[in-house]
Each structure stands twice: as C-alpha cells, then as structure tokens.
Design a protein around this ligand. Sequence first.
Ligand SMILES: [Zn+2]
Length: 568
Amino acid sequence: MIVKTLLAAGLAAVLAAPALAATPPVDVYRVAPVIENGKVAALAVTITLPADADGETRLSLPDAWGGGEKLWRFIKDPKVGGGTLSTLDEKTWVIKSKPRAPLTVSYRVVGAYDGTPPFDSVTYAQPIVGPDGFYVVGHTIFARPERRDGDSARFVWAPGGSGLNFASDLERLEKTPGKLNDIGRSVMIASKDLRVLTRDVAGAPVRLAVRDAFGFSDDAFVDMTASVIRAVRGFWGDGGEPFLITLMAYDAPKGWRSRRGSGLGDAFAVISTREPTLDYYPVFLTHEFFHTWNPDQTGGLLDGPQEPLGYWFSEGFTDYYARRLALRSGLISLEAFVADWNQALDAYGVSPVRSAPNAEIAKRFWADKIVHMLPYQRGAQFAVLMEARLKGQGGLDPVMLAMRAAAKTQDPARRGGSAAALFPSVVQARTGVDVTPQIQRYITDGEPVLLPADAFGGCLTVETRTRPSFNAGFDLDQTRKTRIVSGVVPDGPAYAAGLRDGMKYLGREHGADGDGSVEAAYAVQDDGPSRVIRYMPAGKGTVTVQRIVMPKDLTPEARAACVKAVAG
Ligand SMILES: [Zn+2]
C-alpha cells in the first residue's frame, strides 16, 4: 500500500514537472518612490502574480532580518486587486480568489528610522526611506508568496518624475527574470546625487553606487573594491560575475567609527561613518565579499533562532580569511595585518563573555553587543588553530574548497544543515584528522582559545600577558555619545582623579579602551579652561590577553618571506 502510494505520488510529480517547467509563474515586483512635498515619504511596492491553484494565496511579510525584528511594522496600506485580502497573523496575508486569477498586491514601505540609523545600533539593516532617497535590502521590504520557491521573478523600477538616480543588483531582473529568492537577496539605493562608477574585473562589471561625501575619492574606493574582488575570486578560482557595492554615510559623534555591511550574493550593502582615508575598509570589504561563498556555498546556516550557532564558522572563518587574503594580495601591509589581529585578540582577551558556550551566543547574539562579537573573535582564532593543526595536510585553504564541492553535491539534511556542521566531516574526509574534540572544547563549551607562540608562523610571535582588568570609572559609551561626562563611580579611579558628571567631554588624549595597564588621559572642560584628567584605569581583577609581535627593521626580502609564510 505504502509502495503504491509512493509510486503514484512519484508518477504524478513526473507528469506535473514538465508542465510546471514550461510555464513557471513570473511574479513582477515593481518599486516606485512616493514623493510628498518634494521629499521621499515612502516606497510603493506593487506585486503582480497568479493566484495559487486552490484559490488561496498566502504572502509572507518581512519579519526578522539582519538584526531588525518585526519588519512588517514598516509595511502599510495593503490593497489587493483580483481577490480579497485577510490577515492570518501580523506577518501573513491570505488572498482568496478564483484559482490562478491574476492578482495585484500593493502596499507602502515607510522608513524605520528618522533619517539614517543610529550609528551604535545593531539594527542598521531596516528600511532607510526618505527624506532625500532610500537605501533598502529586498528581504526587508518584499512580501513573497509561500511555497512558491519555483516561481520566477521580474523587477521594475518606476522613478516617475522623482529625478532619483537608482542602483540595484535587481536591475538585471528588469530584462531577464530571475528566481524569487533573488528578489529578497538584493539592495536598492537611490538619491538625486547618487554616483555610479564601473570597473571591469575579469570581464564582468563591478559597480559602485555611492551617496554622500567621504574623505577619499570614489575612484580610489572602487579601485580598492575591484582589487578585493580579484583577490577573493582568485582564492575560490571563480571567474567574473557582475557585482554591485553600495555605500552611504551615517553621522556619528567625533571619535566614533563604525561600518556595517550586508553580503547579498551579487552585491554588498555598506553604511559607514565618514572616514578620511581608505585604510578602514580593505579587511572589512574582503570579509563582506568572502560571504558570497561562505556560508552560502560552503553549507549554509541553520534557519531561525539556531542560526547563530554556525556564526563561529560563517563569521569567524570569514574574518580569518579577510585578514589573510588582504595580506596575501597586498591590500594591507604586514603592520596593518598585525594591528587588525591585535585589536581582535585584545577585545577577546578582555571580553567578559569569552567563556560563554556556543548556545549562549544563539540566545544573546542580537541583544548584547559583546556577545555579538564573540563568534567573530573565537571563530577566527579557531581557524588559526585549525590552520596550524592541518599544516602537514595542506592547511585550511583546500578544506574550504572541498567544503564548497561537498555542499554542492550533498543533501543538506545529511551534512547537518550548516557549514559549521559540514566542516569536521570534510576535514576528516580530506585529511583523516578528527577535529570534533577541538570544536567541542573551544566552540561548543567555550573554553578560551590561547594561541601557541608560533601560531601565525613566519616572523610573527604570539605573546601572552596578564594585566589589570580595565575600569574607566565612568560610562565611557554614554559619555562619548553625548559628549557630556556621565556615570562617574564615586569610589572609582576617575572620581579620585577629579572627573565629575556634567563636565564637557573633549576626547581621549592617552590610553586604550580595555587596557588597565596604560594611563588614561581624558580632556574635559567645566567652568574654566579645558584640562586633562589622568589616572590608571585599573579594575580589581586581571585579564589574560595575547598579542602578535613582529620584528622591527625587516629587510624587504625578510618581509616578503614573512608575508608568504603568514598569508600563504
Ligand atoms: Zn560577516
């Protein structure tokens, strides 16, 4: 009986497949700006699609993405032509109609922020709409029909008389339909003063679409981006594909730097403080571009709340490769490589959550900024351990390539549903080495990673030091944000040195966040002239931190040999 049913179902599928393949529904997504009083007030989205065969079509609204939650809050005024609309819950629309009836679904998307996102928010990827343009990720604005992943999709940008210049990786779907999934995995940026520059990389266009002014030229930025793309494609052995990078500035108080990126397959969306020079970007952009492969082509991530369990691999290994490939391709110097690593090693050393088990990361990743950083820090250091462990078997590089090959051919259920789960089995198959005990110890259980002195090889040495923990004695974050000293602890070191709530904060003259062994000096002003308050910001306990040291005065030959040994 069971056999018969299965056979019948199989037959039906075979019969149905060619018919379906001949006429896949094409859903059309149209985006237009809503202009009020000369300003962009909202986006008007219109979707035309055929109804489901049973006359009940369900649309899922954007919910959680990139740290944003309940994204359906920004979707307003739904209207349906060709059917009647009801809501199943706040994120699901149900449309009743004649079977296969042509439907037109329209709604407006309003901005999630008043202007640009706050520079210190983790939810930077919600829709930025108005007043002078917009900057949105497809996942955060598009409703999509449920159980219709086989649908094709087209995109239409309808600027009307808005005068907005527009760029999106969806522009290719204006001519040729793509997959429904491409519609979400996309970015759209527009403003009247948007600049678009193009470079050729391996025969395919790399475009930069940029708003706002930075301290460097658009040309310098797009050239650097092209170099990053060449370096990462070289690693994976892939040829050219069109690619788009979008860049927009957001404002932050003086002394704050911040940059956020979303990798979207054939695009990456960046928002950043207005930097004076390019140095802030090569490792970051290499990280973002590496995401085109990791984790999407190396085994993916689990869905839903379990997703962050795989971030040690998807983010940590991506960080590891960002520094390594940026050094390998000459995008950064050996000094910059060491400085970037030392910043990460220091932040990890002083992190109050460094021993948190992986399950804790899944619970608190989006809620706690310090937990947020842990899979990056821990995962990158774990990659260093793995590179050292597998050195005799060719290192980590061939494992990454083998993961892509395995992810392509293996059934997702069999490989554990994520790149993080696939990694140990690929290592085992390729090298015969069982790394599951180390994953258990350093990732699952969260034992702090301590790198051996020769972990990076070449001319670099890892030093381990114990120093007093850091206690600023006042609320450094809040003070920097408001430029007014606050949260001074009465029995702390800052108070003893003369710092008081309400003083005007002018900036740090000396010291390092997180380092209790270096004198801190903060410039402040109250009634009189500005002055500098100095003290040792030492807390009660101690922390163990690692840092890389490199020899001074390397000859050009010794430096080249060191880069080769460290970067591969
Ligand atoms: Zn990332």
